[in-house]
Design a protein around this ligand. Structure first.
Ligand SMILES: NC(=[NH2+])NCCC[C@H](N)C(=O)O
Ligand SMILES: [Mn+2]
Ligand SMILES: [Mn+2]
Length: 342
């Protein structure tokens, strides 16, 4: 019965339903249980919470080859100090490990999925990506710009600084940072776009305008819609669609109702549907190469709020891994050559 069902389906649909074939890309998962880029405890248990919520099992439903590379460990570097940069000895040591592990996963020709931890891990993930693949295009999906230097940060928290550390054009605005010699700013600001912004510090605004960084705030999503905004962003940072794509997804880009368990929530954000759509567009480029999902803090909020937040994160991750809301073909059909059904 199923065999004939399969036959009929495939005969009818080879041309039209190609989009719901399964993802054949291998996936590598890296946990970064790191919370020292900000001050609230709990965000470090993000990786464990996602695993407990069924991350690996659910990804195996989408993709045949899912490998969990486990969690980053590191040894804190003692005595590192830079003005207004909190816990530098932790950040520097941890992000070096993140970068090396992302590099390794990408060299296995896997989509690298990094589960934070706070957003300081964007330093290591983008660094590892650039080292593995050369120039990359980065979509930074976030309520915040994370574009402060130690001189402009109102908090000293490094999770508000990763983009400024990564951008070549901003290297002159930093002092020498001990412990970070492994990290050279290698990303051109032209290859970064923001989606979802709504809480930008004044010096961040100045830098966005001065360097004409591609930045779509919530008002742009209101005006143009999420599909148009995502594709405008992708065209700007990757006009020939020839660069590997990195999406760094801060869960606080989503509205607080959709993702309450996060350390710096800002109301008026993306719906989960919009977040999923961004990932579906990113997947559709066929160049999605690395994804971070960060800032889920299972210590914040009620058990129900934590569950809602983790579920939202899982939806985002699965869309990035090729899950289609139109449904997918059965697993066994996917790998057979099309001629089998002619
Ligand atoms: N990844 C984040 N949630 N960042 C929030 C940053 C907040 C603020 N702009 C700061 O520099 O501290
Ligand atoms: Mn944020
Ligand atoms: Mn962020």
């Amino acid at each position: 019965m199923f065999a004939s069902y399969t036959k009929v389906l495939c005969r009818a649909s080879n041309a039209t339903l190609i989009g719901v074939r399964r993802n054949s890309k291998k996936i590598g998962i890296l946990g970064v249980p790191f919370d020292k880029g900000q001050l609230k405890q709990g965000v470090g248990s993000g990786p464990q919470a996602f695993r407990d919520a069924g991350l690996i099992r659910e990804l195996k439903e989408i993709c045949a080859d899912v490998k969990d590379f486990g969690d980053i460990t590191y040894k804190q570097l003692e005595g590192l100090q830079v003005d207004n940069m909190t816990a530098l000895g932790h950040v520097a040591a941890c992000q070096k490990q993140v970068s090396e592990n992302v590099f390794k996963i990408l060299k296995e020709d896997r989509l690298c999925l990094t589960i934070g931890g706070d957003h300081s891990c964007g330093i290591g993930t983008v660094d590892g990506h650039v080292k593995a693949k050369g120039d990359v295009a980065v979509l930074w999906v976030d309520a915040h710009a994370d574009l402060n230097t130690n001189a402009t940060s109102p908090t000293g928290n490094v999770h508000g600084m990763p983009v400024a550390l990564l951008a070549k054009e901003l290297s002159d605005y930093w002092p020498y940072i001990p412990g970070m010699d492994w990290q050279q700013p290698m990303l051109s600001i032209k290859n970064i776009a923001y989606i979802g912004l709504r809480d930008i510090d004044s010096y961040e605004r100045l830098v966005i305008d001065k360097f004409a960084i591609t930045a779509f705030g919530m008002e742009d999503i209101e005006r143009y819609g999420i599909i148009e905004v995502t594709n405008m962003a992708l065209r700007r940072i990757n006009p020939n669609n020839n660069l590997p794509l990195h999406v760094s997804f801060d869960i606080d880009s989503l509205d607080t109702l959709e993702a309450p368990s996060t350390g710096t929530p800002v109301r008026g954000g993306l719906t989960l549907r919009e977040g999923i759509q961004i990932m579906e567009e990113a997947y559709r480029t066929q160049h999605l190469s690395a994804v971070d999902i960060v800032e889920v803090n299972p210590n914040l909020g009620t058990p129900t709020e934590v569950k809602i937040t983790l579920e939202a994160g899982l939806h985002i991750i699965k869309a990035a891994c090729g899950l289609s809301r139109r449904g997918q073909w059965p697993k066994d059909v996917n790998d057979l050559p099309q001629q089998t059904f002619n």
